[in-house]
Design a protein around this ligand. Structure first.
Ligand code: ADP
Ligand code: GN1
Ligand code: MG
Length: 360
């Protein structure tokens, strides 16, 4: 898609800090992320991804500080192990991974992997396997980091109780017309509320190890080439739990329908993709998982899907201030599709448990 002239100038101004003056070719918006502004740009016949981080959502200071710690460690790790886990993030002439635009939004320049692609729906169990393996290997790297080095870029990001309270606030203060339209979905939300107490109990016991995790392991946060799969979208790398990273992969790899599909009958948890995901993610991590993490992988999955349904629904009720949307009921459609997937997970829990047990 073509971009606004003001965006063009803003991008040009940031690129000058990387030593690229007057050398930009085309600029087009890129990808289907819900949060940041992402562009594919051409500079001197090379292609790059340019990103403007959403400063209304992320704590910009925490995020830029985390990137410094993360990339220094990542570059050392990749060199030592002779592998690539994530595309390169370039430093400006001032040796920064981000440069701020005039509105104070952190901007960055990433390598655009030639002939790469990302998927919103997994086209095959093989793709699900490769993506899970990429997240598994990335987690093996993250296990070398200590939690005190990182700050929270979004407060309470994977706190189910905080998300539930957000939903209750949205019910109180949300748009009344939207509330009426969302009646059925709100009813579903209330009927599954026990998931919150179940997961909160486990979290309060403090039995899950605190680790640095990715925290946004959806399928389109993996870039594929013919031979490789690399992890992107590192803005939420911070203290978290593996059970939610596992869960978000299940949420986004296993359905044959997009996250915003309204074809509820077609939404299901594909067991062959679930199997491929377990194989890809749990093999590299097998010796590094805590028994309590293993025990609660499926609870984490149930919780992530439910919480995602609540997050979309809350945003719908509050007038779409968080996620990018393409039409007025987009967030409501997204929420309903999450509830359908949750239902499928609950219906097939025994088969799912059996598959999981063969990998842990
Ligand atoms: P958001 O936080 O908005 O989701 P992402 O970092 O995930 O931002 O980027 C949005 C989309 O842009 C990704 O889903 C992917 O399609 C594309 N993208 C981002 N970085 C790269 C990259 N380095 N190479 C190829 N595609 C990328
Ligand atoms: C957002 O940024 P993106 O599009 O990769 C969101 C995730 C949600 C996801 C739902 C920072 O991910 O938490 O699970 O949308 N990221 C943030 O698709 O809120
Ligand atoms: Mg993303």
């Amino acid at each position: 898609m073509e971009i606004k002239v003001s965006d063009y100038h803003s991008i040009q101004q940031i690129l000058s800090k990387y030593g690229y003056e007057d050398s930009i070719g085309s600029i087009q918006t890129y990808g289907s992320g819900h949060i940041n502004d992402t562009y594919l740009i051409e500079v001197l016949d090379n292609q790059y991804i340019f990103q403007r981080v959403n400063k209304n959502i992320f704590n910009a200071e925490a995020l830029t500080s985390n990137y410094e710690v993360l990339y220094e460690a990542l570059e050392g790790y990749q060199k030592k192990h002779q592998l690539v886990l994530s595309p390169r993030c370039f430093q400006s002439q001032q040796h920064n991974y981000h440069e701020q635009d005039k509105h104070g939004s952190p901007c960055r320049l990433l390598d655009f992997v030639n002939k790469s692609t990302t998927y919103d729906i997994s086209p095959s169990a093989e793709v699900s396997h490769k993506a899970a393996q990429a997240f598994g290997r990335f987690q093996v790297f993250l296990n070398t980091m200590t939690t005190t080095e990182f700050q929270e870029t979004i407060a309470n990001f994977h706190d189910p109780m905080a998300r539930f309270k957000e939903f209750q606030r949205a019910l109180l203060h949300g748009d009344s017309e939207r509330k009426a339209k969302a009646e059925d979905t709100i009813r579903l939300a209330s009927s599954h509320a026990s998931i919150i107490s179940e997961i909160s109990n486990v979290m309060q016991q403090g039995v899950l190890p605190k680790r640095i995790t990715h925290n946004d392991t959806k399928l389109n946060n993996v870039v594929f080439t013919d031979t490789d799969a690399w992890v992107i979208d590192l803005d939420t790398v911070m203290p978290g739990s593996i059970i939610f990273d596992f869960g978000d992969m299940v949420r986004t790899f296993t359905s044959p329908e997009a996250e915003d599909s309204s074809d509820l009958a077609a939404i299901q948890l594909r067991l062959d993709h679930f199997e491929a995901l377990c194989r890809g993610y749990l093999k590299p991590l097998k010796n590094e998982l805590h028994p309590m993490e293993v025990k609660h992988l499926l609870l984490g999955t149930k919780s992530v899907i439910y919480v995602q349904a609540l997050r979309f629904l809350s945003d719908y009720l509050m007038g779409d201030t968080y996620y990018k949307t393409q039409y007025p009921s987009h967030n409501l459609t997204r929420s309903a599709s999450q509830f359908k997937l949750l239902n499928d997970l609950i219906l097939n829990k025994n088969e799912i448990r059996n598959i999981l047990n063969s990998y842990v």
